[in-house]
Design a protein around this ligand. Sequence first.
Ligand SMILES: Cc1cc2nc3c(=O)[nH]c(=O)nc-3n(C[C@H](O)[C@H](O)[C@H](O)COP(=O)(O)OP(=O)(O)OC[C@H]3O[C@@H](n4cnc5c(N)ncnc54)[C@H](O)[C@@H]3O)c2cc1C
Length: 427
Amino acid sequence: MGSGRKSAGPASQTILVVGGGIAGVTAALEAAEAGQDVILIERDASLGGRVTKLNRYFPKLCHPTCGLEINYQRIRKNPRLRVMTMCEVTGVSGARGAYAASIRRHPRFVNERCTACGECAKATETMVVNPFNYGLDRVKAAYLPHEHAFPMRYVVAPEAIAAGEGEKLKAACVYGALDPGDKGEDFDLHVGAVIWATGWKPYDPNNLDGYSYGHSRDIVTNVEMERLAAHDGPTRGKILRPSNGEPAKKVALIQCAGSRDLNHLPYCSRICCLGSLKHAAYVREQYADAEVHIYYIDIRAHDKLEAFYNRIRSDPQVTFIKSKPAHIRIGDDGRPVLHGERTIEREIYSEPYDLVVLATGMQPSAVSGYRPAIDIVSDEYGFLVPCEGDEGGIFSAGVATGPLDVSMSVQSATAAALKAVQAVRNS
Ligand SMILES: Cc1cc2nc3c(=O)[nH]c(=O)nc-3n(C[C@H](O)[C@H](O)[C@H](O)COP(=O)(O)OP(=O)(O)OC[C@H]3O[C@@H](n4cnc5c(N)ncnc54)[C@H](O)[C@@H]3O)c2cc1C
């Protein structure tokens, strides 16, 4: 890659990292701490990516915020690393050692003078869907992305400006941080190597015809379950039925919801089984009398995570049912009812639940129509193939390359950083 391509301007030793999830943050820090100048571009209003929305990490059930905060401390201390949020790369041209990257910054309407005092949120009357909680609730249109956001800076949704609230919000900010006229901007960066760490998005549960997502609020996805269990989620951490706010004590977890299925995602996303084991633990921690049923094809608890599986399996109130449910209907009492056959016992069931969680898989972000302008190679599912050979300067890391958990994402990011450092130093 890059061989024979015309270079874009003078050589640069700066490394551009696209995507500020755990993989991008890791790659950026490793390269900066090795002595390179690094620019980290994130399209959202704050760093951390999808892991900021996880309640806890398997297998130890620790909170993601600890590890993220350590990384943010490393960023604050490193003058070689520059972070740009609300930015996307719209094109890359050139060759190893001299790439030109075109960047589009989207308007935030709040500048770096923001102290996160929250006066703008008090001033706005507009409400918007809360992206942090996957749309399970709404927030004021002037909001902090979440309580541990980095940078700790408010963002104003375009809806508030469209509603004519710009000047009112500006007047409410004594620090001069509100900029209702922010139009965003386009600019170019000259860099020597690029690491794509653009991560993943959840598979769309609306594609799973038989599973009635969208027909009952008590049928949620695994990423939504993370928010239902989180103290800063829509229910302040209580696992409740979204339809009526009652405790969700009888819970079904459906594995491979769309995964390992030629009609949807033919591949295994590798983390869904472990994610559901974690969800069983969340429910059991909250309700001593809870019943959790895990519907599975086979359980894939890879590497050292088998012990976590055995721990959850030993809980007598967690039942593993070998079956792929055929469909979900809504019962007369409004509860979702699973229909299918227990594969081992050859028994037909129709079982009502308070809450059903669909373990949907991970799809590369790049699939959503966004393609890096330069010809980075992707596989048949849209995952980006890490650059091979000695000549290229384009690399990829984390779930952008394939389904990985956090520790594997960090390893792949460290490897990508090392390759990028070698690329700029040898070009
Ligand atoms: C239900 C569930 C539970 C999970 N639980 C665990 C767990 O307990 N433990 C564990 O180890 N793993 C867990 N995982 C896996 C974990 O979420 C991933 O390993 C992790 O998110 C990978 O991080 P990443 O940086 O590669 O991607 P992401 O987290 O997706 O980050 C990518 C970043 O890139 C940004 N981006 C995307 N496109 C662009 C663009 N064009 N320009 C600029 N920025 C862009 C995005 O906004 C995002 O911030 C879970 C996954 C699921 C689905």
